[in-house]
Design a protein around this ligand. Sequence first.
Ligand SMILES: [Zn+2]
Length: 436
Amino acid sequence: MQDHFDINEALAFRKAAPEEMTRRRNSLLQAHLRQAVKTPFYKKLFSRIDCRPEEINLENLNALPLTSRQDVESDPAAFFATPPGIQVDLALTSGSTGAPVLVPYTARDLERLAFNEQMNFYGAGIRNADRLLLCVTLDRCFVAGLAYYTGLVRLGASCIRSGPGQPARQWELLDRLRPTGLIGVPSFLLKMAQWGKSHGYNPGKSGIRTLITIGEPVRRADNSLTPLGSELEKAWQGRVFSSYGATELETAFCECTASSGGHVHPELMIAEIVDEAGKPVKTGEPGEVVVTPLGVEGFPLIRFRTGDIARLHTSPCQCGWQTPRLGAIEGRLAQRLKVKGTTLYPEMIFQALQELAEIQASYLEVKADYDLSDRIRIVIGVDDPSTIEVDRITDHLQARLRVKPEITVKARQMVQETMEKPGGRKLKRFFDLRGE
Ligand SMILES: [Zn+2]
C-alpha cells in the first residue's frame, strides 16, 4: 500500500480488524525508522540509546526520545535522509516560532502528501463532482496550498487555484465558476462573505456546501463550533471542517462528516498526546500533540513535538473509520497560562471575546505575578470607549473561563496599532511579558 497510495485499499484498511491494523502499522513504522536512521540526527540518537529500529514497535515507541522544534531548527540538515539529487520540492516552514526550516520533499513524499489530502477530502464528503475554490497560496515555499491542490487532483475533484486575498476577485470566480466548496483561513472566508453581502451577493445562496479551514480554530475542545466557526456556517450556509498539519511533519489531519476531530490516517501517521514530562496522558485528556509520520523519505521525523495542545478521541467514529481522531487545537504549549490553579490558553480568551459583538479589537498581555500565578490583562479597543460596560464583559469572561481577568478599554485605533507594530504576517494578539 505504501508504494502506490490507493484509495480503495486505504478505505478497506480503515475497516480492518485491530490485529491486522497493528501488524501493518508496525511494519510501516519499522520501514520509517529504518529510513530515519539514515539521517545524522537519528543515527546518533539510536547509537546513543543503544537501540536498533527492529526493536521498536507501536507499543514501545514512546521509549524513544521526543524530537523538538529546537532540534530541527538548530540543524535542519541533520534530518535529511536523501541526497539533494532527489529532493524535488524545497519547502520552508512558516517560521512562526523561529527561523524558517528547509524541508526537502522527494517525489514520493509529494505523492504521499497528495494521498493524505485525498483521504482528508474524501472523509469530508468531497467527491469528484465537486469544485473547490482554493484560497490558500501555492507559492512562497508553503506546502499547505500545494498539498490541497494535489490532493484534489488525486481525488478527481476540480480545483480553482485562486489564492488568498482580494474578495472582489474571489467573488468573480464564485460567480463564474460556481464552486461547491472553499478552502482557506476562517477569518478570511468570513471576510469574503461579508464583502459579498455588502456588494450585492448572497453567500448563503452561492452553492457553497463545504468549507475546509486551516490556521485558526473553528472548534472548541468539546467539538462545538467556536463563534468564528458558527458565523462561517451561518454566512455561507455550508459545513465547516477543520484541518491541521505542519510542514515538518508532512502530515495533515482533517475532520470527517462526523465532525469529531481530524482522523489519524493509519498508514501515514502515529499521533500521541503527552504531558509536560513527555509521558502519555490518560485517554481523552489534553496534552501536547506528538506525531510520527510514516513513510516519509526526505525528512523523516520520529515523535515530533508540535507544541500544540489537543486531545485524542479513540471512541469509534460515526463515519465508520476505525481510527482515532485528533481533537481541536486548544492552544500553544508555550502560551499556556496558569491563573490560581486554573490552566487556560490565550485562544480560549479570544474565543470568549468573539462572542461579544461590541468588541472591535483586542489583545492580551500576561505578566508573572509574585504568587506564581500569571496576571492577565485584556486590552479592548472600541470606537467609543464610553459605551462599554466593563462589568458585563468581566462577568461573561468569568463565566466562560473561570478566571477574572483585568480589563482595560482603549480607543480602537490605539489597540490596532499595538497589534500591528511587531510587523508579522498576522496581527499580534498575545504579548507575553512573563520573562521580563
Ligand atoms: Zn470519522
